[in-house]
Structure formats: structure tokens, C-alpha cells
Design a protein around this ligand. Structure first.
Ligand SMILES: Cc1ncc(COP(=O)(O)O)c(C=O)c1O
Length: 360
């Protein structure tokens, strides 16, 4: 079976080093927010190119704190894609704000300025872009519009570590960016972890304080949360970060093999944003007969997944609040994610291609 994800194969190398560094934890007894977390923050900010980086427990907390740092009045609206993962929207809700679902471009899967503009009201205070599947949004037009209309821009970069737009890293293209290091991500760890990156000192100071209850030495200045990063995650992630370019290059090679060799009129590829580097967190295709194709691949030894099977507006948590989001529904009904990890070999990808080309 060609699995969709091959985490242990990708991570084998980093585990070896991880074990040899664990002794340090035993010696120092510093298990959270120690020297390794600080080093990892420094290395991430250097790689992304921002002035600041704040480690936290996971991507959802990072997004929640990033939004909170903007001090937006309760009840204000935040524009967010209708086809994103639930965490993007949940982070907005956790701040007492109102998510306004924006339909994406069906070909890039990302939100664009024309649709964003239609949703702006006097209550809109921010736009949360999501660089979905590793493809960066067209940020110049969004930033320009946000500037003219006094709106914050937040980047949900959970799926785009190492992706670039006009030569700049995702995360460094807005007021504040947030990464997730959940195991399946391009820079995936061995548990939950996340990182906030920004060039804004106020956002930095606030999020740094807020991730650790809101103070230090038993003296609390604000109402924060407990979202520390464990040293063991930082030890592992620091080592993997050294290889992130190589990891992304293999994913891009696999994606290019698909793009070049799949020849089947039932299959629709996505489009990259101009001047960007897509890091293919997943490799998405669309197919009208998606469920049939998924089963056919599985019966022939290939696992493929759907991102995401239920669009946000149809989830029980929102009841019928959002009406119809046709584009999100279309993506949800036709999208299929093919195996595309850094551990998939060329032979495995060619086997998937052969099967898809034979799907009639
Ligand atoms: C688009 C998006 N946003 C936010 C998150 C939340 O990250 P985490 O699972 O680390 O909380 C994820 C990942 O799971 C994601 O894919």
C-alpha cells in the first residue's frame, strides 16, 4: 500500500539526533520554554525573515493569540476563506469576533481581492488569509486593499512553511503569521507545536506574554493562556528545520511529476499564484467522480485523502448560519489529495500516475 503520509520515513533521521540530545533534558531538568525553544525561535525568525518569533503550543493557539494581540473590538468581523480548516475560524470565534466566510478561487483554492471586497462592511477589522495546501495567496492586492481600508491582515501559514511570494517567505507577508508544526505539516514535529512570527513589536510583546498565562514570576499583567512549547519539540524541530529546503524540494519534485505525467481529462490540477513558490503541503487534484477514483486507487494499493470532506458552513457547529458556499462545496465534493510527502519515492509517484492515467 502506498500510504498518503510516511511520517516515520521522513522523521527517521531526526529521531536519531533527538535521542542523543534528550540526555540534555535530563541534565538540565528544563522541560519547557528553555534554551532549545529560544534557539528554535531564533532560527525560525531568521529563516522566515521576520524581526520576531514566538513559540507556542499549537497553530490554533498561535492564531488565537495573534488575533487577540490586535485588540479588535468584540463583535467585529474577520474575513476568512470558506474552504479552510476549522482552526482558522475557531481562532476568530475564540476572540469573540465574527468570521465572515469568503469564497476562494476554484483554481488556486485561495481567497482573492475581488471576493474579499464584496464582503467588507463597517464592522470588518481584519482579513485572515490561509495559504491553503502550501500555495501562497496573492498578497500584494490584499495588503494594498487592507492598507487603504485600515484592516489588519493575518496569515494562517499552517500549511505553507517555506513557501514564498515574490521572494518573501509566507509569514512575512502581513501583520502577523502563524505556523503549525503538527506532525503532518511540511515542518512537522513529534506532537503539537506552533509559532507566531511578526515584524510588529507590540504583537510580539503581547503574544510573548500571553502564551505563558500573561506574565512571569507569578505576577500576571494580562489574561493569557497556557500555550508553552516543550523543549523536546524544539530539539526535534530545530534539527528538522536544517533540512526544510530539502524536504520541500522533494515534495515539489513529486508534485511536478504529477503535473507533467498525469494525462487524464477527468483530472483538474490547481493553479499556483503568480510569482510564488508552492510547497505542496498536499497535492490536490479535482475530479467529478472523486469518490469512485478514491476507491479505485485504494483497491489498487494507493491511499488518497480528502481536504476537507465537509465544508465549514455545513458543519453542525455552525448550524445553518452561513447559507450556501458553492465554491467550498464544489471543492469539498471533488478534491482528492494524492501521496506527496518527502519520503515518497519517484517510483511510488509514477505508480500513482500510472493508475490515474488508466482510470477511465
Ligand atoms: C489551515 C490550518 N490552520 C490552522 C491549523 C491549526 O494548527 P494546529 O493543529 O497546530 O492547532 C491547521 C492545522 O492543523 C491548518 O491546517
Amino acid at each position: 500500500m502506498i500510504r498518503w503520509e510516511k511520517l516515520n520515513d521522513v522523521n527517521k533521521k531526526y529521531f536519531q539526533m533527538f535521542y542523543s540530545n534528550l540526555k540534555e533534558l535530563e541534565d538540565t531538568g528544563l522541560y519547557t520554554m528553555g534554551k532549545n525553544v529560544e534557539q528554535f525561535e531564533n532560527e525560525v525568525k531568521e529563516y522566515i525573515g521576520t524581526k520576531y518569533a514566538v513559540a507556542c503550543g499549537n497553530g490554533l493557539d498561535g492564531l488565537t493569540l495573534a488575533i487577540k494581540s490586535l485588540d479588535i473590538p468584540k463583535g467585529s468581523e474577520v474575513i476568512v476563506p470558506s474552504n479552510t480548516f476549522y482552526a482558522s475560524v475557531l481562532a476568530i470565534l475564540r476572540n469573540g469576533l465574527v468570521p465572515v466566510l469568503c469564497e476562494p478561487n476554484i483554481n488556486t483554492y485561495n481567497i482573492e481581492i475581488e471576493n474579499i471586497k464584496k464582503l467588507v462592511t463597517p464592522k470588518t477589522k481584519a482579513i485572515m488569509v490561509v495559504h491553503l495546501y502550501g500555495n501562497v495567496c496573492d498578497m500584494d492586492s490584499i495588503n494594498q486593499f487592507a492598507k487603504e481600508n485600515n484592516l489588519y491582515v493575518i496569515e494562517d501559514c499552517a500549511q505553507s512553511f517555506g513557501a514564498t511570494y515574490k521572494g518573501r517567505m509566507s509569514g512575512n507577508l502581513s501583520d502577523v503569521g502563524v505556523f503549525s508544526f503538527f506532525p503532518t505539516k511540511n515542518l512537522g514535529g513529534i506532537g503539537d507545536a506552533g509559532m507566531i512570527v511578526t515584524n510588529n513589536e507590540k504583537i510580539y510583546e503581547y503574544t510573548k506574554l500571553a502564551r505563558s498565562y500573561g506574565g512571569a514570576n507569578y505576577n500576571y499583567e494580562i489574561e493569557g493562556i497556557n500555550s508553552r512549547m516543550d523543549e523536546l519539540h524544539a530539539i526535534f524541530l530545530k534539527e528538522k528545520l536544517k533540512d526544510i529546503e530539502k524536504i520541500n524540494e522533494v515534495k515539489i519534485r513529486n508534485a511536478n511529476l504529477y503535473l507533467k505525467n498525469i494525462k487524464n481529462e477527468n483530472i483538474i490540477f490547481s493553479e499556483d499564484t503568480p510569482d510564488s513558490k508552492n510547497v505542496y503541503y498536499i497535492f490536490p487534484i479535482r475530479c467529478k467522480r472523486r469518490d469512485e477514483l478514491k476507491k479505485y486507487l485504494y483497491d489498487n494499493g494507493v491511499e488518497a485523502l480528502i481536504h476537507y470532506p465537509i465544508p465549514l458552513h455545513k458543519m453542525p457547529v455552525f448550524k445553518d448560519k452561513y447559507g450556501v458556499c458553492e465554491v467550498a462545496e464544489e471543492i469539498s465534493a471533488t478534491e482528492l489529495s494524492l501521496p506527496c510527502s518527502a519520503a515518497h519515492t519517484e517510483e511510488e509517484i509514477l505508480r500513482v500516475i500510472e493508475l490515474i492515467n488508466d482510470f477511465k
